[in-house]
Design a protein around this ligand. Structure first.
Ligand SMILES: Cc1cc2nc3c(=O)[nH]c(=O)nc-3n(C[C@H](O)[C@H](O)[C@H](O)COP(=O)(O)OP(=O)(O)OC[C@H]3O[C@@H](n4cnc5c(N)ncnc54)[C@H](O)[C@@H]3O)c2cc1C
Length: 417
């Protein structure tokens, strides 16, 4: 049977209105992706839901390495083990774990297909698969080249590889980072990475240089990073923005060359962070628009195309919220509340969102940017904003660093139990 949006919306509205009935099988909530968004939803549903739903989390990896704090591994400040998390505690709390990938979503039969074979039915579906990379967005770069020129923008093996490459650089070598165009995961992430690599090189290879190629005119926390680089790593970092060819880059992975506005330059390490779109699965289920990201209802994170499906985290178009773990976790609270309200036949509390993005510029020198958000009919809109100030003293930056450690402990607890 072919799915049409009108017939679907009519049946979906009817099913949403029907609360769970005592004696009826528990509602099946399937969550795809065990990262910042998905794990947080699954955790919240079993903790706050008191058994109202049967919660299944589908995730191919046995161990999730957080992208957040992965730059600190590149800086030599944190082990990979310290950012690795398993799903045992979530299972103990009552989440059914399926270690597999979803290869397709059938909205007619309300089921997902699994790479390992078979399918799973759902009453509510939650999608938080994160991002996929746009190959050739930097000409010459594809996923096949990621062993030579890593992205390290999904943490784990790629993070380890990039750290090994930095450590093996010849004295006085060039580390090149190609930053992505907007919108992308973690707006300050590439610049925190430059900071952490600079810290590492200052310790082990002080004559090395960092070349930052950036298609964007401006970037997140720019003045704070520039001030920090000047203070901690003078003369090490050179940034070429679009006025200097930073938006006209090609790479030749086999020759370890970057071509800037037609001129080839040899580099020793090349970290390519490509343009990004919502995790492929979301587009394949026709839940994205022409931007490559998923439009959502700002009051609930329900897909604009299908109210039984929630899309959150990096894959969603979350208005003024950045693509961050902090944002995904905040959205997870709204999603879980909406699902539990559906099950109870009640109205969900008004959605409120918050975000903080931390960046470490040097050991104990941390800065933050963040805000609060509320839904409007068009988008999730910013209501308040804060940002670290230039020239802050060491005690303030140390306090920010300590807050970021507290945040890491809290969010990983809210994801994995
Ligand atoms: C270097 C770096 C630093 C960062 N620092 C910060 C920070 O300090 N603070 C902050 O808030 N954010 C930070 N972020 C951003 C943050 O990591 C992401 O925004 C966040 O992880 C997004 O959550 P998500 O649930 O959308 O995706 P993810 O956390 O990536 O989770 C997606 C999961 O879905 C799984 N998946 C994908 N496809 C399928 C499928 N078909 N079937 C089943 N499972 C699937 C994946 O295996 C993955 O585990 C940083 C990111 C980077 C790269």
């Amino acid at each position: 049977m072919t799915f049409t949006r009108r017939t679907f919306l009519a049946s979906a509205a009817a099913s949403l209105a029907a609360p769970a009935v005592i004696g009826q099988a528990r509602a099946r909530v399937v969550v795809v992706g065990g990262g910042a968004g998905g794990a947080s939803v699954a955790h919240r549903l079993v903790v706050a839901g008191a058994g109202a739903a049967e919660v299944t989390l589908i995730e191919p990896k046995a161990v999730y390495h957080t992208c957040f704090f992965s730059n600190l591994h590149l800086g030599g400040l944190r082990s990979l083990d310290s950012i690795a998390h398993g799903y045992d505690r979530l299972a103990a709390l009552g989440v059914t774990l399926v270690r597999d990938s979803v290869t397709g979503i059938d909205r007619d039969s309300r089921s997902v297909r699994l790479a390992g074979g078979g399918s799973l039915g759902w009453d509510s579906l939650v999608l938080s698969p994160g991002i996929d990379f746009v190959e050739e967005s930097v000409p010459g770069w594809s996923l096949a080249a990621a062993d030579l020129m890593p992205h390290a923008y999904k943490a784990g093996a790629q993070t380890r590889l990039l750290r090994e490459q930095v450590d093996a650089m010849r004295p006085g070598g060039v580390f090149c980072l190609i930053a992505p165009p907007n919108p992308y995961r973690c707006p300050p992430g590439p610049y925190e990475r430059v900071s952490m690599v600079a810290h590492r090189l200052t310790e082990i290879n002080p004559s090395a240089r960092i070349l930052l190629l950036d298609p964007k005119k401006n970037y997140s926390k720019q003045t704070l990073f520039e001030e920090g680089w000047q203070a901690h790593y003078p003369n090490m970092i050179e940034r070429l923005g679009p006025d200097m060819g930073g938006d006209r880059i090609e790479v030749r992975p086999d020759r370890m060359e970057v071509v800037i506005d037609g001129e080839a330059e040899a580099v020793d390490v090349c970290n390519v962070i490509p343009a990004q779109v919502a995790g492929r699965l979301v587009a394949e289920a026709a839940l994205t628009d022409e931007t490559g990201w998923a439009p959502i209802d700002p009051s609930s994170m329900r897909s604009r195309f299908d109210p039984r499906i929630f899309v959150l985290g990096d894959a969603s178009i979350a208005g003024d919220m950045p693509k961050s773990a902090s944002a995904a976790n905040s959205q997870a609270h709204v999603v879980a509340a909406a699902i539990l309200a559906d099950l109870a036949g009640a109205t969900a509390p008004p959605a409120r969102y918050a975000n903080t993005c931390w960046s470490l510029i040097a050991p104990e020198d941390s800065v933050k940017v963040g805000g609060t958000y509320e839904p409007t009919p068009e988008k999730i809109a910013s209501t308040d904003r804060f940002i670290s100030q230039m020239g802050e003293n060491r005690a303030t930056r140390l306090a920010t660093w300590q807050q970021s450690l507290g945040w890491y402990a809290a969010i990983t607890e809210e994801m994995f139990g």
